[in-house]
Design a protein. Structure first.
Length: 334
């Protein structure tokens, strides 16, 4: 099989021919049709994840089951699936026994079995989810990380009918979070530092657009405040400022890797009482819901699509912040 291999950290990835994988008990082989590129791929490229070279990255894979291993009963050959970052728990710890294997401290991920920037990929069957009819592989791929994370963030905010949701940082994750909130019938505010994105955010589903200034919280409160803020920004000052734009009882959900300590005054947490929540990918039901909303046409990922051979150019474009929303690699037509 052909694969993009990370042979050394911070060096160009190499397109190589590798032996075709064979599934073990409980595993499947997926023929990858599309794989999304994510900021976490940059983190892996730079050596900040617990994975050793050489390895194949790619944690937003979508394709078809090519082979199933012993003991797999709920998937079949030619099923259209995507693979989650967390694929299998130990089965014995408290988290696994409670049905929350994504919290298992020894869970298996793509870092254990190999990623999806390849023609074929090994995955645990428990980490695969069916792609609904009508959703292309390219559309599905980013939902398995960016979409999953965004929907979990929204669900972890526990929004009530009529709650006003502001999305801070409308990029790869945020443009999906904005659409998810709108699809659930919630009033939405898109918060961006770029005035030229206002029309685009309105088209994505923002009822209102706030062009961020020096004090986002003050700007939000002037608009009536927000009950939920879904944040993907890496700027700690933006986080601290936007937090004060929450109404009493409001929930700030951080889904981004913030670059540095957040200068948050404890008084802003207490008077009035507000909640700061950290969130990543949570219950599998969040992923299922996200995929169903894409299938229903209520959410549409905005994509830049490239062939696998351009993986280095795409990675560099992503690292430079030039990708508009999500980048997806195609692995050949079905």
């Amino acid at each position: 099989m052909r694969a993009a291999v990370v042979t050394e950290f911070n060096k160009p990835w190499e397109i190589k021919d590798l032996p075709d994988p064979r599934p073990g008990p409980g595993q499947v082989v997926v023929r990858i049709r599309a794989s999304g590129m994510c900021a976490s791929d940059i983190t892996a490229h730079q050596g900040y994840l617990p994975v050793r070279t050489p390895f194949v990255a790619g944690h937003e894979p979508a394709g078809e089951i090519a082979e199933i291993g012993p003991g797999v009963t709920d998937l079949k050959v030619r099923d259209r699936v995507g693979v989650s970052w967390h694929q299998k728990g130990c089965g014995r710890c408290d988290a696994c026994q409670a049905g929350h294997s994504h919290h298992c401290l020894t869970m298996q991920t793509w870092m254990d079995v190999g990623g999806g920037n390849s023609e074929l990929m090994i995955a645990w069957a428990s980490g695969c989810s069916l792609i609904p009819d009508g959703v292309s592989f390219e559309e599905a791929a980013p939902i398995f990380c960016a979409g999953y994370t965004s929907m979990s963030g929204l669900r972890n905010a526990n929004p009530k009918p009529g709650d006003r949701v502001a999305v801070l940082g409308v990029g790869g994750l945020g443009h999906l979070a904005l659409q998810f909130a709108k699809a659930l019938g919630l009033p939405t505010i898109g918060v961006t530092a770029q005035a030229n994105k206002k029309k685009e955010l309105l088209e994505l589903g923002a009822d209102e657009v706030l062009v961020a200034g020096e004090d986002i919280g003050k700007q939000l409160m002037a608009m009536g405040g927000a009950d939920v803020i879904l944040s993907t920004t890496s700027d700690p000052k933006q986080v601290a400022s936007a937090f004060t734009g929450l109404r009493p009882g409001g929930r700030f959900v951080n889904m981004g890797l913030v670059h540095g300590p957040i200068p948050l005054d404890s008084m802003a947490l207490m008077f009035p009482a507000r909640h700061l929540i950290g969130s990543s990918q949570d219950e599998r039901s969040d992923l299922h819901e996200a995929l169903k909303l894409v299938a229903a046409g209520k959410v549409k990922p905005k994509l830049e699509i490239y062939p696998l051979a351009q993986v280095n150019e795409v990675r560099d474009r992503l690292a430079a912040g030039k990708v508009r929303y999500r980048a997806v690699l195609q692995h050949g037509a079905a």
